[in-house]
Structure formats: C-alpha cells, structure tokens
Ligand binder design. Structure first.
Ligand code: FE
Length: 209
C-alpha cells in the first residue's frame, strides 16, 4: 500500500471548539467537510485523545473556524500541539461567542453545530453536526493542509487522522510541533532567543533528526 496516495486528498486547517463547563476549549482539525446542504450538516473527525472530543461529546455542541492562509501560524501551534486539558488555549487568543460557541477572531468563516450523530473508529470519533448558525468573517483564501506543509513548513500532530510517521532527515525539528527548520541561516547560528515560528518553543526544544 502506497500511503503517499493520501497526500492527494485535500484537507483544510480548522479550529474545532467547544465548552468545558463554561471554559472555551479547542483543537486543530484537518478533516472537516460538508455532508448535506439541507439540512446544513458538516462532519468533523477528532482523535479520542483530544480533550475537545470529550467536551463535544458532553455538550453535544461544536464550532468550526476555517483558518485562512494569513492566519497566525502560532495559532496552529497553540491549538494543534497542546491540550486544552491543562492549557487555556484561549488565553491571549482573541475570540468571540458566535452562535453560542467560542469562535476565534480572524477566521475566514465559522459554523456553530449541534451533534446529531457520531461514528466511532479505532482512534477517532466522527461527529455529524447540524449547522445552527454560520457566517463569513474575513476575505482570505482558506488554508489547505498542503499549504500548511509546503509554505508554512508545518507538520502533522501525531493524533491527527492525516498523521504518517516520517523518517530522519538530518534537519533540526521542533520537539513540540515537529516544525522542520530549513532557513538560510544554519540552525546553530540562530540567536539564542530565536523561537519556533509555529509553536513559539525555544531553540532548546529543537533536536536533530
Ligand atoms: Fe514548534
């Protein structure tokens, strides 16, 4: 089986949010899609290990914010590579309650959904959500997962459905978000206060692969 075939599928970069007893929680999702237009229904796939999965299950509600190409990459680092269980991802993240759900500012569009069905797989839950409200916030090209990889040099979190283990490259890789440094300045010569452009981790969190 040639798993490269999966790279030909298109994905977006979304922030899926919910509530944890009044506290906003969220994570990055790349598998979200429209299922039907009437009633307006979308589906999102979340790993069982994502704290947000449990919150969506408990509340029966989730929101999807579509990130654009000009979104701050650190947003992906924050929501994709830490857990809402022990991190307040919304601290310092501008957001507003839209359609009764926490929605990060600066997204292209958002959907507020009510869970109408779920499907379990070995690692992920697919939530089917009826769209109760949605809107467009910003004129920007929606970010595809390919853009995130090719242009932002971002990597895939191990608990994402699109994750595939990668072999050693001799490059310096962020331990937190797996960002692979490929700048013109040799990694060793970067200033000590240099930080990961995706997740903000210090230089010391990079290791040679
Ligand atoms: Fe990083």
């Amino acid at each position: 089986m040639n798993k490269s075939a999966f790279y030909a599928l298109s994905y977006g970069v979304y922030v899926c949010t919910s509530w944890d007893e009044g506290r906003p929680v969220g994570c990055i999702a790349n598998s979200a899609m429209q299922i039907t237009s009437s009633p307006a229904t979308i589906a999102v796939s979340l790993n069982h290990d994502n704290y947000t999965n449990a919150c969506v299950r408990a509340t029966g509600r989730f929101a999807i914010a579509v990130l654009g190409e000009h979104a701050d990459p650190k947003l992906i680092g924050k929501f994709g590579f830490s857990s809402s269980k022990d991190t307040d991802k919304f601290e310092g993240t501008p957001y507003a309650v839209r359609g009764k759900m926490p929605v990060i500012d600066g997204c292209v569009s958002w959907f507020s959904c009510k869970v109408v069905d779920t499907m379990e797989t070995g690692t992920h839950t697919v939530f089917l959500g009826e769209v109760l409200d949605c809107d467009v916030l910003l004129s920007d090209t929606p970010m595809t997962y390919a853009y995130y990889h090719k242009v932002l040099k971002g990597k895939t979190a191990a608990n994402a459905p699109t994750y595939q283990e990668e072999k050693g490259s001799g490059k310096y890789v962020c331990r937190i978000c797996k960002y692979e440094y490929d700048g013109k300045v040799p990694f060793e010569e970067l200033p000590d206060d240099w930080t990961c452009p995706i997740c903000g981790a210090p230089k010391s969190q990079f290791e040679k692969k």
